[in-house]
Write a protein that binds this ligand. Structure first.
Ligand SMILES: Cc1cc2nc3c(=O)[nH]c(=O)nc-3n(C[C@H](O)[C@H](O)[C@H](O)COP(=O)(O)OP(=O)(O)OC[C@H]3O[C@@H](n4cnc5c(N)ncnc54)[C@H](O)[C@@H]3O)c2cc1C
Length: 377
């Protein structure tokens, strides 16, 4: 096989491209990963590392159960620490309406044997010592959710691709995808042409542009989300705290370092690729965090940044083959791509090599109606 020819070309070296490339390389395929900048340049390098199974969509729950299984095995698989820590997720309820929503989502989650419970405000305080219980009615708590380090996981997968005879090309911008008789044939980059019968679009919020290269219109749009990290401190509590009020936020104490890292979802949302940090966020976010846990007021913020969620109309990813033979899409993760990455990488490797997946991914199909929205977005 020539140096510019592979079995599979994966476009994009974020978590999705890295995980997908690895599971394909493990199946003895020669994998080239082409990245226009460097690994984790996109959303993956801007994410806060949260991993949860608390969804309402059956497929998302099943995907996340598999991902959690994989995350817990990656230290062994990579021979290095990915900082996986099952510290749980605690979704807080400050209204009867929110509480009732969680009570009904828990019923769905129990059908999938997730150990989620609705716990009282006192129990919340046992788990998150010093949480502000004023107006708090309790929370939905899943102790097997957790966190990991997005850089360690992505670089871990890329390293294993290289060890399995694959290559990772950085600063290689794909500008054209060539087809022959409706079959993927090669991709053109600023560094030359690379050939493969299979091309996977794992370009996150850029997936719409890359799909256009083969004439496909894919409904994935970027949306700006901001984040910050505080100085480190001794361990205060384990779970990701999620406050779904319109002026709420979500944050977690990083297991490896002790920093607190978090975001909020802006209302209204901010469509587009703007990755500038804002003064509004740096003013609001510390206020929202310390409203939930007052002693966080003592911590200083050390950095803020912004990145893109890759939104589809129903809040679920697109993971599918396409009408162009050999051209696949795994993108549009809607802000959950880090946690979905390991399982979706595995399932995409099955789709490419056998034409089907061990977990049916119909609800993530390219031609679905996009009518069933995820309630726990
Ligand atoms: C602030 C913030 C917090 C988040 N927190 C979480 C969280 O806690 N948990 C979670 O699961 N998710 C979280 N996310 C979402 C998560 O980061 C993304 O869903 C995930 O990283 C998407 O991965 P990806 O590989 O699809 O895309 P990306 O990481 O964006 O990777 C796509 C890659 O494709 C490359 N590329 C694009 N076009 C081309 C081209 N033409 N040629 C070559 N390369 C190209 C890009 O440079 C990029 O590196 C968060 C996101 C943000 C912004």
């Amino acid at each position: 096989m020539k140096n510019n020819t592979a079995d599979v070309i994966v476009i994009g070296a974020g978590i999705i491209g890295a995980a997908t490339g690895y599971y394909l390389a493990k199946k003895k395929l020669k994998v080239y990963v082409l990245e226009k900048e460097f690994p984790c340049f996109g959303s993956t390098g801007r994410c806060i590392g949260g991993i949860r199974q608390q969804y309402t969509h059956p497929l998302s729950i099943n995907v996340m159960k598999e991902s959690v299984k994989i995350f817990s095995s990656l230290n062994k698989e990579f021979g290095k620490d990915i900082e996986w820590f099952p510290g749980g997720y605690l979704f807080l309820a400050h209204s009867e309406e929110q509480k009732n929503t969680y009570l009904s989502t828990i019923q769905i989650q129990h059908k999938f044997n997730l150990p989620v419970r609705f716990i009282s405000a006192d129990e919340c305080n046992n788990i998150v010592n010093g949480i502000n219980t004023e107006g708090l009615l309790g929370g939905a708590y899943c102790p097997t959710d957790g966190q990991a380090n997005p850089f360690a996981v992505t670089y871990g997968y890329l390293q294993r691709i290289k060890e399995l005879n694959g290559k990772v090309f950085t600063n290689s911008n794909v500008s054209k995808i060539k087809t022959s008789g409706n079959k993927a044939k090669s991709v053109i980059t600023n560094c030359g042409e690379y050939f493969a019968p299979v091309v996977i679009n794992a370009t996150g919020s850029w997936a719409k542009h890359v799909s256009k290269m083969v004439g496909l219109d894919v409904p994935i749009e970027p949306e700006r989300h901001e984040s910050l990290v505080t100085e480190a401190c001794e361990r205060l509590f384990d779970p990701m705290l999620v406050d779904y009020r319109s002026d709420g936020c979500y944050f977690i104490q990083n297991y490896g370092t002790g920093h607190f890292i978090g975001c909020y979802t802006p209302v209204p949302n901010n469509p587009g690729y703007d990755r500038r940090a804002s003064s509004e966020f740096i003013t609001e976010m510390p206020r929202r965090m310390s409203r939930l846990v007052p002693r966080l007021k003592e911590l200083k913020v050390i950095r803020q940044w912004a990145g893109s969620y890759e939104m589809t109309p129903d809040g679920n990813p697109i993971v599918d083959k396409t009408p162009v033979e050999g051209f696949y899409i795994s993108a549009g993760m809607c802000g959950h791509g880090f946690m979905f990455g390991p399982a979706l990488g595995k399932y995409m490797s099955e789709l490419v090599t056998t034409g089907k997946t061990s977990l049916p991914l119909d609800d993530f199909a390219l031609n679905r109606s996009f009518g069933k929205a995820e309630a726990m977005k």
